[in-house]
Design a protein around this ligand. Structure first.
Ligand code: SF4
Ligand code: SF4
Length: 121
């Protein structure tokens, strides 16, 4: 059975599909924060977004490699909370709606457990 790392390092679709927004307190420029500030853009006083995920074609600036072949998150240990929470069962081969939508957008088959809806534009 593949673990999360093995499943997702052959994919990366979610990192090139969604807008990755999170609270500013996660930035390494804030006390106790950890996400590299230099790789983000401010949205407002409270919210920031991973650079590259704001407009289509989206691709997070921290993503390396080729989607569907081999990818790596350059800041895996410092990734923001939405990335940590995304599709938590992908590692045991279970997707969810957003994981499946992202994979289909990149011509990859959904994992078991994904739904059949495409994301809204
Ligand atoms: S879309 Fe799903 S399988 Fe692909 S990297 Fe994201 S969580 Fe992993
Ligand atoms: S920070 Fe890493 S896990 Fe999160 S969207 Fe960017 S490449 Fe993907």
């Amino acid at each position: 059975m593949r673990n999360k790392s093995e499943t997702c390092t052959r994919c990366g679709a979610c990192c090139a599909t969604y807008s990755v927004k999170f609270f500013r307190h996660e930035l390494d420029s804030a006390p106790g924060g950890w996400v590299p500030t230099a790789l983000t853009d401010a949205i407002d006083d409270a919210i920031v977004r991973m650079r590259g995920t704001g407009h289509r074609p989206r691709r997070c600036v921290a993503l390396r490699g080729t989607i569907g072949v081999a990818v790596k998150c350059e800041i895996y240990r410092e990734r923001p909370s939405p990335c940590r929470a995304f599709a938590p069962e992908a590692g045991i081969g279970h997707g969810d709606a957003r994981c499946g939508d992202a994979r289909r957008r990149h011509d990859l088959p959904p994992l078991m457990g994904s739904y059949d809806a495409f994301p809204l534009a």
